[in-house]
Write a new protein. Structure first.
Length: 413
């Protein structure tokens, strides 16, 4: 595995810091939260300053949960303001690196491949990171944190778990730190990519620290969790990540198919997952119609506009795929490891790296019966002849189902 120099840079308490800067306040000394207090005590807090975080106040919670002994400043969310600051920071990143070596992970976080830039700048990785962070501070007033690692995963964990607690806000991990740092992390949900649902499943196996994962062989996780999730769990436990910045920035102009749906109301976690399944069924039907397979799966979730956030992730499959159940398992894995307990208002799925369908290479560890093309083609023919909603899943009878209104889907192929 080729070792790279990856930066994972995050803007500390981004929303709350933007509001403090606008008011001429120090976010490290100011008790400010981003929340619409006019909505009452049940209103969500979208961000809290480092000052409050140090006192144990979570970045997300409810107004009524905030300490009563502090004169807290409430700032109503202003998404356009945060986007303006984010654009300034992105321009700073692009002044140091070529666009193709940057991946903007979210409004306040980015990954950069600095491998080929250290000689150019005649700096060490830590010095270059500090230079970038100082520039951000000078030009925007924002404080940032940086994790440095030999791959994207270790850089991200170094930033999340270590850098945020260092005085310099910089942390560098190498492969030598896997046993002494990564393996000691507990609970598992503190590790990027391990959601609480995955954590619970692993806890049921007696796995509470990252190092406990290595009690079992990789084949055990593949058999128990499936090829994608099983491999991902084992690789993360050993600091392995083959993903590159170029993979994350997969060319959107290549042949692909996608579909998104803006929901007519706030959906909870389970309801939104049903929409994911329904969109996946529609896209898989299109794959079959065009006799195509996909190897790159994208899922994007947007929360209610009050929360100004969401997540998106792309997974490169080991094999080309067109079976709905197999693709949904990948989508479900992405969903469950990223989803927060917030209302969902938009779901987007995309397949890319499409190829003409060829013979399938089966996994030795797949114990599920693979449904034949004939089975899926019969479903397609029935729906084509009698209407697109003639033959549906039983779950389509649920109130949260959107499949019967499929004409309202906003799609792009």
């Amino acid at each position: 595995m080729k070792e790279r120099t990856i930066f994972s840079i995050d803007l500390k308490s981004f929303f709350a810091s933007c509001e403090c800067i606008e008011r001429g306040l120090d976010p490290f000394k100011t008790p400010l939260v981003v929340a619409d207090s006019n909505r009452g005590g049940a209103a969500m807090t979208l961000a809290a300053t480092p000052y409050l975080r140090k006192k144990g106040v979570p970045s997300r919670g409810r107004v009524f949960e905030l300490p009563k002994n502090l004169k807290i400043i409430y700032a109503t969310p202003r998404m356009k303001l945060y986007e303006t600051y984010s654009k300034k920071v992105r321009e700073i990143f692009k002044s140091f690196f070529s666009y193709e070596d940057i991946h903007f992970y979210s409004i306040d976080e980015a990954f950069m491949d600095a491998t080929d830039y250290l000689k150019y700048y005649k700096m060490s990785d830590i010095d270059l990171a500090k230079k970038i962070m100082d520039t951000i501070k000078e030009k925007t007033g924002l404080t940032s944190t940086c994790g440095i690692g030999p791959n994207i995963f270790l850089a991200k964990v170094a930033m999340d778990y270590d850098a945020k607690n260092n005085k310099s806000f910089i942390s560098k991990w190498t492969y030598k730190d896997i046993e002494t740092k990564l393996w000691e992390i507990s609970p598992l949900s503190k590790v990027w990519g391990f959601g609480r649902r995955t954590e619970k499943k692993l806890n049921n196996l007696g796995i509470y620290k990252v190092k406990d994962i290595n009690k079992y062989k990789k084949e055990f996780f593949v058999k128990r969790f499936g090829n994608v999730m099983g491999n991902d769990i084992w690789c993360k436990a050993n600091g392995i990540d083959y993903t590159t910045i170029k993979d994350l920035n997969a060319d959107t102009k290549e042949k692909s198919m996608s579909m998104s749906h803006i929901l007519y109301r706030d959906y909870n976690i389970d309801e939104a997952l049903l929409v994911v399944k329904e969109i996946n069924d529609i896209l898989c039907s299109r794959l079959r119609k065009e006799n195509k397979t996909t190897k790159l799966i994208y899922l994007g979730i947007t929360y209610s506009r009050d929360y100004c956030k969401g997540f998106h992730e792309t997974v490169l499959l080991n094999n080309e795929e067109d079976i709905p159940e197999n693709i949904f398992n990948v989508l479900k894995y992405i969903y469950e490891k990223n989803i927060e307990n917030l209302p969902v208002r938009k779901v987007a799925i995309a397949y890319s790296k499409l190829n003409d369908k060829k013979n399938r290479q089966l996994s030795l560890f797949d114990t599920n019966e693979i449904k034949t093309d004939e089975y899926h083609n019969i479903i397609d023919k029935i729906n084509e002849k009698f209407g697109s909603t003639s033959l549906l899943r039983a779950s389509s009878l649920l109130r949260s189902s959107t499949i019967k209104n499929r004409k309202n889907f906003k799609d792009k192929i």
